[in-house]
Design a binder for this molecule. Structure first.
Ligand SMILES: *Cc1c(COP(=O)(O)O)cnc(C)c1O
Length: 391
């Protein structure tokens, strides 16, 4: 099966090969303080017959062959049917997609897994990246299983658990005295100077493609008797850089293109009030940089790197935005834990808080999936705050 990168803005196509990140033409429009331009998409060539066969056999069509994926169990995560929560909310068709149980404890493993497979296919030995914490712990985890050297650029303020994971997995940690946005620039400079493969989110197109795999799982998990796939009505996604939401929309686009589902669900970008660039751009049509401030560190970004790409995808399919306060995030975190048994970090609780806020515009019987992307154990400080406990 043959794959290409395509620029969604100008339609230019490129081979999927080491050293290829942004579109040559559109990538030159990049300006500091704004989302990346020229972010590329992965597309298959031909009518998709082979992709359909892979999906129908229980797999996900991806641009790297299965034999290159590192030996650790990424994806195929559970879809919870939280009985008590459903009763409490009178929402009989509420589901929770649980990526807290990924190997490193977050959704990022889906992208790291694909990037590591690409590295193995091309004989690449080292991967570098910037991260707010989870991408770093994830790439380090997958790198440990794959035997790859991982160099991470992490803001010194990242939650301790995520930093300790990086060290446990044996990656090289470069602490950045500054924000994630500074770490992003420093890691790109390192990759440019050394030629090391970059896993920076959105910049490397495989980070978006890797995150589509949950869509195939959800559609399969929701299918009742007689059907192989079914799309939910609504999906709530915690959103920072906008890579997860773009990837999951792409997954449903693929499924629809293959005729396996009848539509792309309504996607809700859930953001914290203090880091809400994508939700605001959905309303105004423009990105306005603003320093971020939220307790939900994984979705705290000044500049949403994949903002333009994600916005285009959301607009194409009637996506919506919902903003919640840090207080709403912490109270949603506790409500979720105590009514379902699923303890998620603040970013994920943001998606659940977004759902709670959006409920008036959702029908009682509609099928809703809330994506819970990171384990609550990754940020005990915030979780302690939510229950009024001292550490
Ligand atoms: C990275 C991350 C997100 C947000 O993903 P983006 O692609 O930045 O929008 C949400 N939840 C968790 C746990 C994350 O690590």
């Amino acid at each position: 099966m043959r794959w290409l990168h395509r620029c969604p803005s100008c339609g230019a196509t490129y081979a999927i090969e080491p050293g290829r990140y942004l579109c040559d033409a559109c990538g030159t429009r990049n300006a500091p303080g704004l989302p990346l331009e020229g972010v590329l998409e992965c597309v298959w060539e031909g009518d998709g017959g082979e992709a359909r066969k892979i999906a129908e056999a229980g797999g996900v069509p991806l641009p790297v062959e299965a034999e290159y994926f590192p030996p650790l169990p990424v994806g195929d995560t559970p879809l919870w049917e939280p009985e008590r929560l459903r009763e409490a909310l009178d929402a009989p068709n509420l589901f929770l997609k649980d990526d807290t149980c990924e190997p490193s404890g977050s959704y990022k493993d889906r992208a790291s897994w694909l990037v590591a497979a690409f590295a193995r296919k091309h004989g690449i030995r080292e991967i570098a990246l910037a991260s707010t914490g989870n991408a770093a712990s994830s790439m380090s985890c997958v790198g440990a299983a794959a035997g790859l050297k991982i160099t991470v650029f992490l803001p010194a303020a990242a939650p301790a658990a995520k930093r300790i994971q990086v060290l446990q997995y044996g990656a090289e940690l470069r602490e950045v005295r500054g924000t994630y946005d500074q770490a992003f620039d420093e890691s790109l400079a390192y990759s440019a100077a050394t030629g090391v493969l970059s896993r920076n989110t959105a910049y490397n197109p495989l980070t978006i493609e890797g995150k589509k795999t949950a869509s195939f799982e959800i559609a399969r998990q929701l299918a009742g008797a007689g059907a192989a796939f079914r799309a939910p009505d609504h999906v709530f996604v915690p959103t920072g850089d906008g890579v997860i939401i773009a990837g999951v929309v792409k997954g449903f686009e693929d499924l629809a293109a293959l005729g396996l589902v009848d539509r792309v669900p309504i996607f809700w970008a859930a953001q914290a009030e203090g880091s809400s660039a994508i939700v605001r751009a959905l309303e105004t049509g423009r990105f306005e940089p603003r320093p971020s401030a939220t307790i939900a560190d994984s979705i705290s970004v000044d500049v949403p790197r994949n903002g333009s790409f994600a916005l285009a995808k959301l607009k194409k399919h009637g996506g919506r935005g919902v903003m919640v306060s840090d207080e709403e995030i912490l109270s949603a975190q506790r409500m979720l834990s105590s009514n379902s048994g699923l303890f998620a970090e603040p970013s994920s609780a943001c998606a659940f808080a977004g759902y709670l806020k959006a409920r008036p515009s959702i029908g009682r019987g509609e099928t809703v999936v809330v994506m819970l992307t990171g384990s609550g154990l990754k940020d005990i400080k915030s979780a302690a705050l939510a229950v009024g406990a001292r550490l």
